[in-house]
Ligand binder design. Structure first.
Ligand code: ADE
Length: 557
């Protein structure tokens, strides 16, 4: 740093002295060119080379005091003293801009300033305040180094850094923007595929899993809204009331991460009171397994604790068609609708029971334990999705003895398998829980057929065992299902239709008294796959049967 010094010599005095010295030197012009004359012998005996510097004293300049400037000085002088260094001074007073170029011994002050940068090889200007004008000075120790001057070396460094960083920044912005648009594009694709009802394949599952955590096989805690900030949700109407909770249609306000990422605006909110914590916790834990995701399982968004209201919430997709029981109560369906509903139900249950994901990865099998038409929602493409996992059980090695001991009799009595009704489920074998689900699924398939126009006359909707009172107790169900070995009636008229006949034989296998004799949900789903084709055959055979009649009519004419 150049500092004010002790010297009180006026600037003009000092300048005049320098001028005299310079004139002396220039009186012998050969000085500029004879190298040996640059040598000075010190008392120490060491030879020191005298410096060559630009030496024009004060000269007007067009240099504006920014960046690099070249002084407009034709004169290069050998400095008079061996210790002299080259100095340049830039000054601006009003419109008058000048450069001073001189030799100077840094041991002495110059205009009251100590030169502390004279060891530099380049002349880098520093501003000195309080000199009565804009004043910049630099010194350096290489021949003619005071010719090319750099102003604001720091700003130069900043400029260099900026110049080198700008391409990197531009690249980063391009990469981030492209990545962002790619993600938006993939999400839109996945969303529109889901909207169209296209199956959630291995790849699109991976996208969803990706969004929700990198470890797709594990419980993805992301779905518990850990943020202290709760989702901006406005409750609308009550759409369902269960044993443990109420379900509301609700509006997820735009701008929330969930509404943007997953495209949800209307959601369903299942509200549990604090007393029903266990039920909320169980359902949340079941839903939090990313591997549960399937087209035929209700799409879960997040779980929240609403401390203010002393409530627990589960936020899921909203299915405007409501549950299957309501749907069947208000609609008579075609064979195609029956096939879609039945096939998708079997697919959903098979996925739940499976220990493999669609991609073939290992997953934990889950038993629903409360399959019934009011726990199945109807999607807009008329496929089913399973909901209400409050009683569901993860069939993995982490099942505690307590959980097993308490798992003897759960569910809704009307839909309970015989072994569940008599609390004789084989707790040693996890397949028993799946077999009980398959029994309940058979009753739902029966309900679906009962409302299909292909069976002939369609009666008002009735639940299975509809002759019993509204919520039959376990004892009444035992009488019907165990003592009387009763099952819902399959009238003869139902089996006139080839497809329905096949569904009915599957139903009978699914509600077999012996759990071991029941077919799996996967097997039922595969049979449905074949039935779609069989129905076409049956349609063809129907029309083939009609052909002779038509020909006959034509012949009569
Ligand atoms: N009833 C229960 N859950 C529902 C949901 N997610 N959408 C519509 N109705 C429901």
């Amino acid at each position: 740093m150049l500092q004010d010094s002790l010297s009180h010599m006026s600037m003009t005095e000092e300048k005049q002295k320098k001028k005299k010295k310079r004139k002396k030197k220039l009186s012998n012009p050969s000085q500029d060119f004879l190298f040996h004359e640059k040598r000075t012998y010190h008392a120490s005996g060491l030879m020191k080379i005298r410096r060559l510097c630009k030496f024009c004293d004060v000269q007007a300049t067009s240099c504006t005091g920014k960046g690099w400037c070249k002084v407009d000085c034709e004169i290069t002088s050998i400095c008079p003293h061996a210790d002299d260094v080259c100095v340049s001074i830039w000054r601006r007073k009003d419109d008058n801009i000048t450069f001073d170029t001189v030799c100077h011994n840094p041991a002495q002050t110059l205009y009251g300033l100590v030169l502390d940068d004279y060891n530099n090889s380049k002349c880098e200007m520093k501003e000195i305040k309080g000199m009565g004008s804009d004043f910049f000075i630099c010194s350096c120790s290489e021949d003619e180094c005071n010719e090319n001057i750099l102003f604001n070396p720091n700003s130069h460094v900043v400029a260099v850094i900026l110049v080198s960083l700008v391409p990197l920044l531009v690249m980063a912005v391009i990469v981030i923007t492209s990545f962002y648009f790619y993600r938006v594009y993939r999400q839109r694709q996945a969303h529109s595929r889901r909207k169209k009802g296209a199956p959630l394949d291995c790849e699109s599952r991976a996208i969803i899993t990706d969004d929700e955590g990198s470890d797709s096989s594990s419980t993805h805690a992301n779905n518990l809204n850990h943020n202290t900030e709760l989702l901006p949700i406005e409750l609308d109407v009550l759409v369902g009331k269960g044993r443990f909770a109420e379900v509301y249609k609700a509006k997820l306000k735009q701008g929330s991460s969930v509404s943007e990422e997953q495209g949800f605006e209307t959601v369903a909110v299942k509200i549990f009171s604090y007393e029903e914590y266990a039920s909320w916790k169980n359902e949340k834990d079941i839903f939090s397994d990313a591997d549960l995701r399937h087209d035929n399982v209700l799409h879960f968004l997040t779980a929240e604790e609403r401390k203010l209201q002393r409530q627990y919430w589960l936020i899921t997709a909203f299915q405007p068609q409501g549950n299957l029981q309501e749907y069947l109560s208000h609609h008579v369906i075609s064979w195609h609708d029956l096939w879609l509903l039945g096939w998708s139900l079997a697919q959903g249950v098979a996925h739940l029971h499976s220990d493999r994901t669609l991609c073939g990865r290992q997953k934990v099998a889950i038993a629903h334990r409360d399959i019934k038409s009011s726990n199945i929602l109807v999607k807009s493409n008329l496929t089913c999705c399973l909901c209400d996992f409050g009683l569901a059980l993860r069939l993995d090695s982490s099942l505690s003895v307590d959980e097993l001991a308490n798992s003897g009799q759960v569910g809704t009595a009307r839909y309970m398998a015989p072994e569940v009704l008599e609390s004789r489920i084989n707790l040693e074998n996890i397949e028993s829980f799946k077999q009980a689900d398959v029994y309940s699924m058979a009753l739902v398939l029966w309900e679906i057929i009962s409302r299909c126009s292909a069976i002939g006359e369609v009666k008002e909707y009735e639940p299975p065992f509809g002759n019993l009172r509204e919520n039959p107790c376990v004892e009444s169900m035992k009488d019907s299902v165990l003592r009387d070995r009763g099952r819902p009636e399959i009238p003869n008229s139902w089996i006139n239709h080839t497809g329905i006949q096949m569904v009915c034989s599957s139903i009978e296998e699914c509600w077999d008294h012996d759990p071991e004799a029941r077919v799996t949900a996967q097997c039922v789903a595969e049979r449905f796959d074949c039935m779609e084709y069989l129905d076409k055959l049956s349609e063809r055979s129907d029309s083939e049967e009609k052909i002779p009649e038509e020909i006959f009519v034509v012949d009569e004419k």
